[in-house]
Design a protein around this ligand. Sequence first.
Ligand code: GLC
Length: 552
Amino acid sequence: MQSNQKQYLWWQDGIIYQVYPRSYQDTNGDGVGDLRGVIQRLDYLKWLGIKAIWLSPIYPSPMADFGYDISDYRGIWPAFGSMADFDELLQAVHAAGMKIILDLVPNHSSDEHPWFLESRSSRDNPKRDWYIWKDAKADGSPPNNWLSVFGGSAWDWDEKTGQYYYHAFLVKQPDLNWRNPEVEKAILDVMRFWLDKGVDGFRVDAMWHMVKDLQWRDNPRNPDYKDWMGTYEQLLPVYSTDQPEMHGIVAQMRKVLDQYDQRLMIAEIYLPVHRLVAYYGVQEKEAHLPFNFMLISLPWDSRQIAAAIDEYEGVLAQDDQPNWVIGNHDQPRITSRVGAGQAKVAAMLLLTLRGTPTIYYGDEIGMRDVPIPPHEVRDPQGLNMPGKNLSRDPERTPMQWDDSINAGFTQGEPWLRLDRAFRRHNVKAEKSSDISSLHLYKKLIELRQQEPSLMTGAYRPVYSDHQLIAYIRQAEGQPGFLVVLNLTHRPCYFTPTTIRFTGVIVIDTLPEQEEVSVKDTINLFGDEGMVVKLDDWQSVSSNPPHELPVLP
Ligand code: GLC
């Protein structure tokens, strides 16, 4: 039978899951996760129902920034395993019907990468211009006021060759010079190397940093800076990020991907929505999924979130695939940010909005940020700006698998301490509890993947106020689903004036409510979110229009 249903690609109807390999599963007792550990846990990921695994960097690295400082773009860090292990992982993932996305870090390399060693060896080395070298000002100070994301100036003085080099992140992460065509060629070749092996795509790190202002102008002061913020926030990165030339480069990267079958480019970009969507490409195709971090960046406030969702939905072009993120290895975990009750509401939001969701490992079992005593802090962001509580270690602690020693993560000494609550909060315990976070994730994923309306159907905002967000998802010819979320701890009342409906609650953050029939109005407990399968609904257009207030 001929179907005129639109066909979706794997990244349009599947779910992405981020693995931080260091913390997922150790198999050799060195306290650091490894690739064989990911192979060992593929059954779990398959069971959970995700489609693609994004691995944070696995390449050789001095680990100054835990792998985001790469010294060889085409290898595997020995503590993670060998290339043979990687090939086996790739094969096993594909055999399980899943996909692998690698982290690509094109903005900077390690200072121990042979390219940089050459570049810093002399001013006339052929690779000198592969990085960003500038003379000091007359008084010896750095070329401009740009700041490093990880604290202090973004310029480091090189005694030997008498120039500064630029590093948006650590001193040990010199920025590559993307205005040099040889750099572009080298990184595009790296992409081909992995694509030829069969990887299914890349998450491109720090994309909005890749090109810098040609005049190297000072960044303006940020009038909203507060002293608890990272020192980087003192300036607005107007000239050091998001330059117009970036789009031509992303288009080149996309062309490489498009020479292969169904490969994906995700882009890490922290920008306001109108700047973000430009990275889908205007004149040419660019990233498939510029990461949308609004659910991470906004306060947990229903009015602001509802407005942001509607703004995003409104600004996307017809073929732009939306995407949603509530956690990653750089941000406080959702459970710690909004509390355990609201983290379930957040999961429901993530998995019922239109677009591709990315789940951060451990969020599905409600893992929390783990307090790391000062002398155990490992993250350079925490170490470089002590006293600001900016370390990312708390959200990178080992995955909690079961109630055995070290939660089943390692037989050795874990590289970062585990949450003491792991005996209660672990995959094994949560699998057998029908009120657990994992149970909720599993149900939401299953329903989403079974129901075209939730997977790819249209999004229609229904109602929002200072507590609630409600919307309908519906694909053509399919039953609709009404999602009603209480973003507060207090009860609230959903009495929409815009629709009439009847339906049955199919998933609820409070499972007692499931299978209850509802009609037109719903009372919600605090921290309650529900997915209602609609038997019938219609919009009510007969309401008299509100009169405009008369201004004095
Ligand atoms: C990205 C990564 C972060 C890393 C930084 C520098 O923001 O997500 O973990 O520290 O880039 O590579």
